[in-house]
Design a protein around this ligand. Structure first.
Ligand code: APR
Length: 228
């Protein structure tokens, strides 16, 4: 039986693919007030601004490719039972070939009904926008299928169950600022080795974390050397 390797990823995982992070200087939350573009109240105040923000993110994603880090994680499936838990809304893990990816904060290429949250639609790559007036089959406005600040994170309990089963836990490219995602580290069992790949210091509250102080592409190469 393969060992269970659980990888928690954040915006830094996709930085080398050209996708902006949030909290680095020049990151998205420097340029756009988070309360305007990533909260239900912001969407109520100015839905067009919010839709356009995510339309731009989608165009950015359609020009991006998985980097060596994403590919390296996918290749680890040869040796481990790999479960990716990502805070990212891009689909670069899937594009790289990872087969088990849980999206904690939603998915950029999906739209959801504002009146019936069970109605979720894949957006076509040749028409990736959501506009004001675009409706679900029941006639409600569509919104991005994203978990905004102040909203519940429906996938968190499933993610916690996965983390509890981990034999090895890896954190890549997240500042560990946003809960409940950051709290998943508390669900890792005792004596399970924890690796962190990030070019900067990240406060994890633990002393036994093996920090690979590199970007995602180089960091995943080193992780492979350490694990195999
Ligand atoms: N490789 C690896 N890590 C990197 C790289 C890189 N090339 N470049 C930057 N990083 C690291 C930064 O040092 C930082 O620790 O990625 C992390 C990015 O942190 P944030 O911008 O805070 O992103 P993240 O932790 O994913 O944010 C969590 O916040 O705004 C919400 O919903 C949004 O999912 C997001 C959540």
């Amino acid at each position: 039986m393969k060992k269970k390797l659980v990888v928690l990823t954040g915006a830094g995982m996709s930085a080398e693919s050209g996708i902006s992070t949030f909290r680095d200087s020049g990151g998205l939350w420097d340029k756009y007030p988070v309360e305007d573009v990533a909260t239900p109240e912001g969407f109520e105040r100015n839905p067009e601004l919010v839709l356009e923000f995510y339309n731009t993110r989608r165009r950015e994603l359609l020009n991006a490719k998985p980097n060596e880090g994403h590919k390296g994680i996918a290749e680890l499936e040869k040796y481990f039972d790999v479960q990716v838990i990502t805070q990212n809304i891009d689909n670069l893990h899937e594009q790289a070939g990872s087969t088990k990816v849980l999206h904690l904060h939603g998915e950029l290429m999906k739209a959801r009904s504002t009146g019936d949250e069970s109605l979720i639609y894949e957006l076509p790559a040749d028409k990736p926008e959501i506009k004001l007036g675009d409706k679900c089959e029941k006639g409600y406005q569509l919104r991005p299928h994203i978990v905004w600040f102040g909203e519940a994170v429906p996938m968190i309990s499933e993610a916690a169950k996965m983390v509890e089963k981990a034999d090895i836990f890896v954190i890549i490219g997240t500042s560990m600022n946003v809960y409940p995602a950051a709290g998943l580290l508390d669900d890792v069992r005792k004596n399970v080795p924890v690796y962190l790949i990030d070019p900067k210091e990240v406060r994890t509250g633990r002393h036994d974390v093996h920090h690979i102080k590199k970007g995602a592409s180089e960091g995943v190469k080193e992780l492979k050397r350490l694990l195999l």
